[in-house]
Design a protein around this ligand. Structure first.
Ligand SMILES: C[S@@+](CC[C@H](N)C(=O)[O-])C[C@H]1O[C@@H](n2cnc3c(N)ncnc32)[C@H](O)[C@@H]1O
Length: 454
């Protein structure tokens, strides 16, 4: 019981950190959980409460708007977050009895505030329990109803409907509310896939380690806690990475001995994947504009015992340095983007970004693409990827690029590089493919491959 109370208090602290400091929920979770002393069950509960409360914020606030006299925005921040947290448990967590959810929420209010506040919280949550039926939501095909049912901002729902139609938009939204599974890719230079699977199953009895149907040399893992805590991770046997993300190195398909540039590389998930595929032979320049992130690339490169990667702090737009112009066989631009495809892991993305951000990002991507193109040698390859489903950042961006760069063409061999499952299910969009989150329950991703005329 004492531990369960701590789990809810920890969840509230994390929610406040995400709201007040603009912290990423996944990083704030790790940071707080590492020093919490909570057992594995309670860590699971904190994770569920934090992700769930952020995810369902729009729906929760709509309900609170009907239960709090002056509206939830009139409340102090911590009181507002605590109400969301309590209401989330009442509405979405069947395993927690209503009485326990109300009692625990009021108890935290007593610890942090005066009697008036705990009285208010008690009153609001109890009236929700009494009036729950009033808040049954059914989608009627309108933007507003989809936004309320799935808890997404209306502008984002509208964009998804405009791009994919109402049925697919609803599939995307529902999928982004489901918990992500863990997937990992084996480093063939350090370990054998079967040995990795065995080691994980032995260390985590009951864990399901299943070969990925989406990418080669990868596994999906369920019930193994955090595979980064297994000694095999530190030994460089594998990297934890989303399956869609792994498809990017498959699309680049760099060969041993080639010169490769990763223009937006940190923390190095795709850099290290490409170096592994090259058999650690050749040269791979990995740039990132943020100095603190360059260290993350180096850390991953060291852990995986790779030798061909040179990590450099640089704005891709300010390259090339001497002799580098048009000298790379393959250039990858994994561009900064709106990140809608990873909302499952970072649900705060829904609330932090406005429609205008897409326009700003789209401008930056255009400049980065132009800069990346300069670095490709004649006959070389340019791959552009994002973790979003927003066409303006994806196929429209690539179409415009090809229109302005007649020395590049869409590579007709792109699809051959993927598994049959990807070829069949992904949407084919001009020079690229669009993976939607419900295709494989992985991140939403766009990947295009272009060739520079020789
Ligand atoms: C989508 S993330 C890259 C993820 C990385 N490819 C991976 O797989 O681990 C985009 C990266 O672009 C970097 N970035 C943003 N603007 C940049 C610029 N002008 N030049 C180089 N890197 C930039 C960001 O710091 C961020 O790390």
């Amino acid at each position: 019981m004492a531990q369960e109370r701590t789990a809810r208090e920890t969840a509230l602290e994390i929610l406040l950190a995400v709201e007040e400091r603009g912290a990423f929920s996944n990083l704030a979770l790790h940071e707080h959980l590492d020093r919490s002393g909570l057992d594995i069950r309670d860590r699971g509960l904190v994770t569920e409460l934090v992700y769930g409360t952020i995810q369902r914020q729009y729906t929760l606030d709509w309900i609170l708007g009907r239960l709090v006299k002056k509206g939830p925005d009139s409340l102090e921040r911590w009181v507002h977050q605590l109400l969301r947290l309590g209401l989330y448990q009442l509405r979405y967590l069947d395993k927690i009895p209503s009485r326990a959810a109300v009692h625990e929420t009021v108890r935290i209010a007593n610890l942090r505030g005066h009697r008036g506040i705990s009285g208010l919280i008690n009153g609001v949550l109890r009236s929700y329990v009494r009036r729950e039926r009033e808040f049954n939501l059914k989608p009627d095909g309108s933007v507003r109803s989809l936004a309320l049912v799935h808890s997404f901002p209306e502008w984002m729902v509208k964009r998804l409907i405009d791009s994919y139609g109402p049925g697919t938009a609803a599939d995307i939204l529902a999928s982004l509310n489901r918990r992500p599974h863990v997937s990992l890719r084996v480093n063939p230079l350090q370990a054998d896939p079967a040995r990795v699977a065995n080691a994980l199953t032995q260390s985590f009895p009951g864990a399901e380690v299943v070969p990925s149907e989406v990418v080669a040399q990868a596994f999906t893992v369920r019930g193994a806690g955090n595979p980064a805590l297994h000694p095999g991770f530190a030994r460089g046997w594998y990297t934890i990475q989303d399956e869609s993300s792994m498809l990017v190195a498959e699309a680049v398909d760099p060969q041993p001995g080639q010169r490769v540039l990763d223009g937006c590389a940190a923390p190095g998930g795709k850099t290290t994947h490409m170096a592994e595929r090259m058999g650690d032979e050749g040269f791979l320049l990995a740039c990132d504009v943020h100095p603190h992130k360059v260290g993350l690339i180096e850390e991953n490169v060291r852990r995986l015992s790779l030798s061909i990667v040179q990590a450099r702090e640089a704005d891709l737009r300010s390259l090339p340095e001497e002799g580098e112009d048009a000298s790379f066989d393959c250039v990858l631009l994994d561009a900064p983007c709106s990140g809608w495809g990873v909302i499952r892991r970072k649900p705060e993305i829904k609330w932090a970004r406005e429609a205008e951000a897409v326009e700003e990002l789209s401008r930056l991507q255009r400049e980065l693409l132009h800069a990346a193109a300069r670095m490709v040698k004649p006959g070389g390859i340019l791959v552009y990827s994002t973790c979003t489903m927003e066409p303006r950042e994806n196929e429209e961006q690539v179409d415009a690029f090809l229109g302005n760069h007649p020395d590049f063409t869409a590579d007709p061999t792109l699809l051959e590089r993927f598994s049959a499952k990807v070829r069949d299910q992904a949407l084919h969009r001009g020079a690229g493919i669009q993976i939607l989150p419900h295709h494989f329950e992985s991140d939403g991703f766009f990947i295009a491959r272009m060739v520079k005329k020789g």
